[in-house]
Design a protein. Structure first.
Length: 283
């Protein structure tokens, strides 16, 4: 087992070229949100923005599009077909595949909710999207009973489950074997988040604190991770960087505001203080 620390991140964090434009920093697509879960979509999209993506597109059910379009300034918010309950409909698949074809990385799941149509939509995207995929929350839940879809993805999928989500996907609860069998990367969230790779490697993170155990924290992490993938960071490295920076942003928030009082919004606000360490030019 390898321990994730400052030295890892200093070596792997991407730097920004002064001559670059937005297309050089990745186009990411977040397929997230449903009625009652607009916050999850918001935090995922803003996690990608704060992590440095050039263009962030949020595809969300049209029932909640007005809420998120009004709340989000930086991402492009696209309304998608949905059912009567405000959950993503499989009628959205063709348009989502067009958007995914233009993306460098794709996040599926934050606040999507659960239904048969959501499951069909998630499976179609995993099996047919050409870009790097990150699966979180209901994106993972949608593949319970269909885990072999993960092996059909164009690139090794990164999953970001907590213990309950992973247990539904893999009743054996063996992340090492699962990552190897499904040729995927598992970022298993918890007190000491661990990353499991298709090659059998394990990385353990030591940043973070109990104040992060609040709704929305995992959505921020998923957005940060898809952002780094979109910027071209190798997936295992992206997972390690994300775990460490996410925890350090939480530590900054806890130290300033307390574990009880800190929020995922506070973590988003403090993330740029950490990434500034790797972009030190003065203008």
């Amino acid at each position: 087992m390898q321990e994730i620390g400052q030295v890892f991140i200093d070596q792997w964090m991407p730097r920004r070229d002064a001559e670059a434009n937005k297309n050089d920093f990745g186009r990411v697509l977040c397929v997230c949100g449903s009625v009652g879960y607009t916050g999850a979509a918001y935090f995922a999209a803003m996690g990608a923005v704060r992590m440095g993506s050039g263009v962030v597109t949020l595809a969300t059910p049209k029932r909640v599009w007005p809420v998120l379009a009004a709340k989000l300034n930086e991402p492009v918010v696209r309304p998608m077909p949905c059912d009567e309950e405000g959950l993503l409909s499989e009628a959205a698949i063709p348009e989502l595949l067009v958007l995914a074809d233009k993306a460098d990385a794709l996040l599926i799941g934050c606040g999507l909710g659960r239904s048969e149509q959501v499951t069909k939509t998630v499976r179609a995207l995993v099996q047919r999207a050409p870009c790097q995929i990150v699966l979180d929350a209901d994106g993972i839940n949608a593949l319970s009973g269909h885990k072999n879809s993960i092996r059909q993805a164009a690139k090794p999928v990164i999953l970001t489950p907590h213990d309950g989500e992973f247990a539904r996907l893999c009743p054996e609860k063996d992340p090492v074997a699962f990552a190897q069998e499904q040729r995927c990367i598992v970022l298993l969230k918890g007190h000491r988040t661990c990353i499991y790779t298709p090659d059998g490697e394990v990385y353990r993170n030591h940043s973070g604190n109990p104040g992060m155990a609040k709704g929305g924290s995992g959505d921020v992490l998923a957005g940060m991770l898809v952002s780094l993938c979109g910027q071209g960071v190798e997936p295992v490295r992206a997972a390690c960087i994300t775990a460490w920076l996410h925890g350090k942003a939480g530590d900054l928030a806890a130290n300033e505001l307390s574990e009880s009082g800190m929020t995922p919004t506070d973590m988003l606000d403090r993330l740029p203080r950490l990434t500034k360490l790797y972009n030190t030019r003065e203008w």
